[in-house]
Design a protein around this ligand. Sequence first.
Ligand SMILES: Cc1cc2nc3c(=O)[nH]c(=O)nc-3n(C[C@H](O)[C@H](O)[C@H](O)COP(=O)(O)OP(=O)(O)OC[C@H]3O[C@@H](n4cnc5c(N)ncnc54)[C@H](O)[C@@H]3O)c2cc1C
Length: 473
Amino acid sequence: MKNISIWKDTVKEKEYPELNENKEVDVLIIGGGITGISTLYNLSNTNLKVMLVEQNKIGMSTSANNTGKLNYLQNDLLDKIRTNFNDKTAAKYIKSQQDAIEMIADIITKENINCDLQKVNASLYTNEKEEVKKIKDLEKFLKKMGIKVEKVKKVNIVKSKYMIEVPNTYTFHPIKYVYGLLKNNRFPIYENTSIKRIEKKQDYYICSTDKYKIKSKWVVIASHYPYFNIPYLFPIKASLEKSYLSASKTLARPISLISYNKPTISIRNYKDCLIYLSNSHSLNKHICAKENFIELQNKLKNLDLKPDYLWSNIDIMTNDGLPYIGRLKDNILIGTGYNTWGLTNGPLAGQILSDIITGKQNEYIELFNPKRINLTNILGIITNVYKNISGFIKGYLVRNNKVTYKKIDKQKVMIYQDKKSHIVNRKCPHFGCGLVFNEVEKTWDCPCHGSRFDLDGKCTMSPSNHDISIRKK
Ligand SMILES: Cc1cc2nc3c(=O)[nH]c(=O)nc-3n(C[C@H](O)[C@H](O)[C@H](O)COP(=O)(O)OP(=O)(O)OC[C@H]3O[C@@H](n4cnc5c(N)ncnc54)[C@H](O)[C@@H]3O)c2cc1C
């Protein structure tokens, strides 16, 4: 059994150089996930000088660890938007997702991208009596929008009291898609290049790595969790959700299912494997990854499945249910907060952000305005502050019996011993939270903001942009 995502294990990694000099460009894109690469792709037909920097490896962060569904029937999110806004806004959001799916399918055809695209109806189900009414109500709403919704009788994999399905949705291989967008790329891309500071000058920005400076007229922040707190306080205008995933070899037929409510169960097939996601939770809760993986494995056992892959992933949940995509200030743009639906929202952000840069109209600019203020956003801040504090405290309280905790030169360190001794700093460089050991994936994880580090302390997932390796004196 492997502890990486099936997507990472089924591609040959692309290699890009590290930045080794100062640069001057029109547009700097920070982050090489599906958002950053889609923005780069959309700017390829302009005369602009564009450049992308990635802290680690292109396409290997959140975008490499999901279930790979292109779906507009997005569990309870549609109802969250209906409640926090209104039916008109929810209808517009659904249309944005349908447009994104169509756009992605068109790009796959146009660029001849081999990313195992599979057209499959998407189902939404519940086995809770109280939720049946909610799905029936959603069904009515979707039908009113002209969407063909069918009631599904029974699927063996899950127990359900009520299940509906919609057409024109897909599954695909997310990394193969991201790599496919780069087939004819002509812009420079740099890996292992982390932006540590963005400074506004007269009519341009200076973005600095540890060694070099990039002067740019436009800056696109496509870094998933924005590592800066001020301005706009993103860390408390959103929270994080973690889920546990598996892929097991079986005679899977084409399928795409998701449960209505939390903790989410999400299922799809990929070739001869069944991908099964469960145990989603707010990042600060249930911080022992091993227990969550055991629960997931028990669920698989009940289905007579044995996992060939096990991995976890984290996404950003906005307080009001809509993503944050658009202009932050002047020429700084952002695309984040996709509520676990970034395979549609990332490419959509790529379209919206490139339209803003090139001065084109886009019907979704207002809908996703990242500076919007509403009551849900404000009230959610209180809960998010609590989540941050709780993650911070738990990180220092939870101890793993496979890890030695001690102080070396006044630094709190953690030591994990296998064939060699892995010594790392206990404190997350991003916000100072206590890191916890993820025994299954062999990583050090932050229970506040989701940064992750490999055994030797190299940061593999933002928002941290520093490692936790101990410098030997
Ligand atoms: C369990 C799970 C299942 C999911 N399943 C689905 C699904 O089926 N369908 C769907 O639509 N969505 C799904 N999602 C959501 C989707 O995977 C994400 O929303 C999406 O991948 C986010 O893409 P991104 O480009 O914004 O972020 P990322 O892929 O995380 O890319 C951001 C990049 O920025 C880099 N970076 C960060 N800071 C810096 C810096 N300072 N300098 C340079 N680079 C930096 C990072 O290293 C990273 O590579 C799922 C999410 C989860 C958690």
